[in-house]
Design a protein around this ligand. Structure first.
Ligand SMILES: Cc1ncc(COP(=O)(O)O)c(C=O)c1O
Length: 427
């Protein structure tokens, strides 16, 4: 008779032989298989060794020194010292009412509308918000219209539910509304179900563009005519530098027909995972039914709520707006001096990104590889390009996280990379 120990050993041997070397793609769903092995923001070109320590201008996260550590630490202690266990137990529904009331009051004041806390659902970041919207609304094959280029994280999400993603190009004023109109007509003629138009309407990732007021109205008119909802990702909306962006799509449309999502990742800290959905309460009730994660992170939400109650957010926001404006200006000056002859860009009015179009003779892939070899990481525009066959001869240069005193050297390395490509000596 075999002993329990022997049985266990045989079982483990079998399991190891059976599972250890299998590719996860064998167990992945069809949709997840599409995502397996696709590149992320931190990825570097294959087979390229940087000559020196890499300078990273390739990530969309806040400046490390600007993180409000002390204020968050005090808020966390105060949250944990409170009697009862609210911050340390499951929390369901829309999330703590204090935080939602704060969001509603701020939005009402800034946009001159009258919304209350019932119009907000708290989520784990805006990616949690978008995930909830998408899982609640999209059946495989439903069409989502997205901007091209766009934020790849959301595209992953759309692909993950089997959406049929169609694209409209962008220019300096945001998404091209004539192209949107043509696409909507085409899709109607094809008999497609179009569920959402996804836009990042202010300080777009990656292009930095902001949808103009005229285009905002046009998007809403087209969405209304074709009975498609708009999903407006407001991740960067608060991070304006000199003047606020035009009124939000949700405000312009009177609150209906637009789902707005937002986050404190970019203004405060990505690790907080505090985000929200702003939509009519009936629709939020649907999203609420689709929450499977046993509620939100109550400790994070309540600590952040305490941070807000202590009046820490607005002064912090004012500081980081100024910081990122300075960073943008410093980067612009350095790039103008070093690579002004090799690429063109438009100054973003807010947000984290500068989108530069490469000049004559500078192809994207060789430039990217050479830049990394010279010791500067930027994001190749193709990573944000949806249609695959698009002419995305652009790079995204992210300036929020990288220390400002690295910008001169980063621009110099980028120049070296451009010169190598032009000389035919690319990595
Ligand atoms: C446009 C956009 N939306 C959403 C997110 C996700 O942010 P989070 O889930 O941290 O709120 C990002 C992050 O880079 C982004 O750029």
């Amino acid at each position: 008779m075999t002993s329990p120990g022997e049985r266990l050993e045989a079982l483990r041997k079998h399991q190891r032989a059976n599972w250890f070397s299998r590719s996860p793609s064998e167990v992945a769903s069809a949709n997840a298989r599409l995502l397996f092995g696709t590149a992320g923001e931190w990825d570097l070109p294959e087979g390229v060794e940087p000559k020196r320590d890499l300078l990273y201008l390739a990530v969309g996260i806040p400046d490390v020194d600007a993180l409000p550590r002390e204020a968050l630490a005090e808020a966390a202690v105060a949250t944990l010292s409170r009697s009862g266990d609210l911050a340390l137990r499951y929390g369901f529904g829309k999330g703590p009412s204090g935080l939602r009331e704060w969001l509603a009051a701020r939005r009402s004041q800034e946009e001159g509308v009258g919304v209350d806390a019932e119009w907000f659902q708290l989520t784990n970041g805006s990616s949690g918000a978008i995930d909830l919207v998408v899982r609640s609304m999209i059946d495989p094959g439903d069409v989502i219209i997205a901007e091209n280029p766009t934020y790849m994280g959301t595209l992953h999400n759309f692909r993950g539910v089997g959406a049929d993603i169609r694209y409209v190009p962008m220019d300096e004023e945001g998404l091209d509304t004539q192209a949107l109109e043509r696409l909507l007509v085409e899709l109607r003629d094809e008999g497609k179900v179009v569920k959402l138009i996804y836009t990042i309407s202010a300080y777009h990732n990656p292009t930095g563009a902001t949808l103009s007021i005229e285009r905002r109205l046009r998007v809403l008119e087209l969405a209304a005519r074709h009975e498609v909802m708009v999903l407006d990702d407001e991740a960067y909306r608060d991070l304006w530098f000199n003047t606020p962006p035009p009124p939000s799509l949700s405000t312009l449309s009177g609150g209906c027909g637009v789902i707005a999502t937002g986050t404190f990742s970019k203004t405060v800290a990505t690790g907080l995972r505090v985000g929200w959905i702003h939509a009519p309460p009936e629709l939020l009730a649907l999203f609420g039914r689709m929450r499977f994660a046993m509620g939100q992170n109550q400790f994070g939400l309540r600590t952040f709520g305490e941070f807000l109650d202590r009046g820490q957010f607005e002064p912090h926001l004012a500081r980081v707006r100024e910081l990122y404006r300075d960073k943008r200006d410093r980067l612009h000056a350095a790039l103008t001096r070093e690579v002004g002859a090799y690429m063109r860009w438009r100054l973003p009015e807010g947000g984290f990104y500068l989108w530069a179009r490469l000049g004559e003779g500078i192809a994207l892939e060789p430039l990217w590889r050479s830049a990394v070899q010279e010791g500067i990481a930027v994001n190749p525009g193709s990573g944000f390009a949806a249609g695959g066959n698009l002419d995305m001869d652009c790079i995204r240069i992210a300036f929020a996280w990288t220390p400002m005193d690295q910008f001169d050297e980063a621009a110099r390395r980028l120049r070296l990379a451009c010169e190598r490509v032009l000389r035919g000596d690319a990595a």
